[in-house]
Design a protein around this ligand. Structure first.
Ligand SMILES: [Zn+2]
Length: 93
């Protein structure tokens, strides 16, 4: 599992050196890295589905690559989610 925290910290520090009008490329890059950073999915009681922590849509199985890389990826927004809730796994194809 890739960890983008160092890259995000670096971009935040560099962004602060820029004038307001030149900060947008940094915020875009930071937002893209945050989508790649695996985050905990939202688990609701008595609900077998997992939900994207970014957009709130339920996770649906995307490809075997998700299993291979140990991460789920939201079909709606591309947010990467951790894959460690095996007992909650629901695959909808
Ligand atoms: Zn999403």
């Amino acid at each position: 599992m890739q960890d983008y925290n160092k890259s995000i910290s670096y971009l935040c520090a560099e962004m602060k050196k820029q004038s307001k009008s030149h900060q947008k490329p940094y915020t875009d890059a930071i937002m893209a890295l945050l989508r790649l950073q695996p985050t905990e999915p939202v688990i609701k009681p008595n609900d077998p589905m997992m939900y994207c922590p970014h957009c709130g849509k339920p996770y649906t199985f995307r490809s075997a690559g998700d299993i291979k890389h140990g991460e789920r990826v939201c079909n709606n927004c591309g947010q990467h989610m951790k894959w460690d809730h095996e007992n909650k796994e629901v695959i909808t194809e």
